[in-house]
Ligand binder design. Structure first.
Ligand SMILES: NC(=O)c1ccc[n+]([C@@H]2O[C@H](COP(=O)([O-])OP(=O)(O)OC[C@H]3O[C@@H](n4cnc5c(N)ncnc54)[C@H](O)[C@@H]3O)[C@@H](O)[C@H]2O)c1
Length: 334
């Protein structure tokens, strides 16, 4: 069978995670990448000496590839994804789908008009502990969901100081909630469903020079009556975490993407509460599994699960939280 010829836009560590996913997949072939920075070009070439390199993404998109993985600054996702789709390529785009609802909607509409596959890389959907949590919830192990919570805590201090990585992350549109908090929001949406209303508050006590608040918390309502909370900080002084909690009428799941164990409380057949510690692989950037699913979707003509519409809804929820916080906590309906 002819292999899917992949190009990757970007040469960062995250882009290299996707390149690894492509090279490990028996149905895929890495043929080219595009990057502006010479240092990163050299680093990627050292890993993959035989692939073509471009500095103009428009040339990459026209070099004979079947699929592209977009790992560029968030502000560029719209133009790159829309052009790739218009050229008849399959597209896997990094999260967040875009920074604004308008840009996310433009990608969603271009994906809907295309007969090619479009997937947004919400990596939590491939993180072993979260995959297990979703499986337990769907199997009814904790009964009906009542309350869900997730925390995206990641100190961007060193990233903001880096000219390559920090500059575009200091764009007022690239606030922490849509930029990184989209992981926690998407995780909750994946497990609990669509969000109907949010109420956010925020402050800025770590990085006063930022054009947005560095710490947010929001309570939210989901379709079906579940309630939830999301905490997002691009500043707190601790190791990065996506600590998450799922309460149900018959049990509870406590998990963290950085932990080798997760806890399941469940009610047994005699009505007694039991505790189970489940061991999981720690892999918070499982691009290999993400790319494997994307290839499977293309080869076997399967439906995309993490669609552009899913990405759009997560962006919309994130920006509603910021809007609510900017108004001092006024509830915002979605
Ligand atoms: N899934 C995750 O957990 C995760 C983690 C990190 C980043 N991301 C996402 O991945 C994307 C990239 O983030 P990053 O951490 O790799 O950022 P980065 O700043 O480290 O790297 C971005 C790279 O894009 C290059 N670039 C900029 N403009 C370009 C252009 N026009 N053509 C080609 N290359 C260009 C830059 O030179 C840079 O090397 C973002 O959407 C980000 O939100 C996702």
């Amino acid at each position: 069978m002819k292999k899917i010829r992949f190009g990757v836009i970007g040469g960062s560590g995250m882009a290299r995670g996707h390149m690894e996913g492509v090279t490990k997949n028996e149905n895929a072939e890495l043929v080219a990448f595009c990057e502006l920075d010479d240092g990163r070009i050299a680093e990627v070439k050292a890993l993959y000496p035989d692939i073509a390199v471009y500095k103009d993404y428009k040339e990459l998109l026209r070099c004979g590839i079947d699929a592209v993985i977009v790992v560029s600054p968030d502000q560029l996702h719209r133009e790159m994804c829309v052009e790739a789709l218009s050229l008849g390529l399959h597209v896997l785009c990094e999260k967040p789908l875009a920074l604004t609802e308008e840009d996310a909607a433009a990608i969603r509409d271009a994906a809907a008009a295309s007969d090619k596959k479009f997937m947004v890389g919400q990596i939590c959907r491939y993180t072993p502990s979260f995959v297990k949590a979703k499986e337990l919830v769907d199997a009814g192990r904790i009964g009906d969901l009542t309350f869900v919570e997730s925390e995206y805590a990641h100190d961007y201090g060193h990233i903001y100081e880096d000219a390559l990585r920090g500059t575009w992350r200091k764009d007022p549109l690239r606030n922490g909630v849509v930029g990184g908090g989209c992981h926690a929001i998407d995780l909750l949406r994946w497990i609990a469903g669509d969000v109907t209303e949010v109420c956010g508050i925020s402050n800025k006590k770590y990085y006063p020079e930022l054009p947005y608040d560095d710490t947010h918390v929001a309570i939210m309502k989901f379709e079906g009556g579940v309630i939830g909370k999301v905490f997002v900080s691009v500043a707190v002084k601790r190791n990065g975490t996506l600590r998450s909690l799922f309460y149900g009428t018959k049990g509870t799941i406590i998990t963290d993407n950085g932990s080798e164990t997760m806890t399941l409380f469940y009610t047994d057949d005699e009505g007694k509460l039991q505790t189970e510690t489940i061991t999981v692989e720690v892999n918070s950037h499982n691009a290999v599994a993400e790319v494997a699913e994307f290839c499977d979707i293309i080869v076997n003509e399967k439906e995309v699960l993490t669609t552009a519409t899913e990405g759009y809804k997560t962006v919309k929820t994130a920006n509603a939280i910021v809007k609510s916080a900017d108004m001092g906590g006024v509830p915002v309906k979605l």
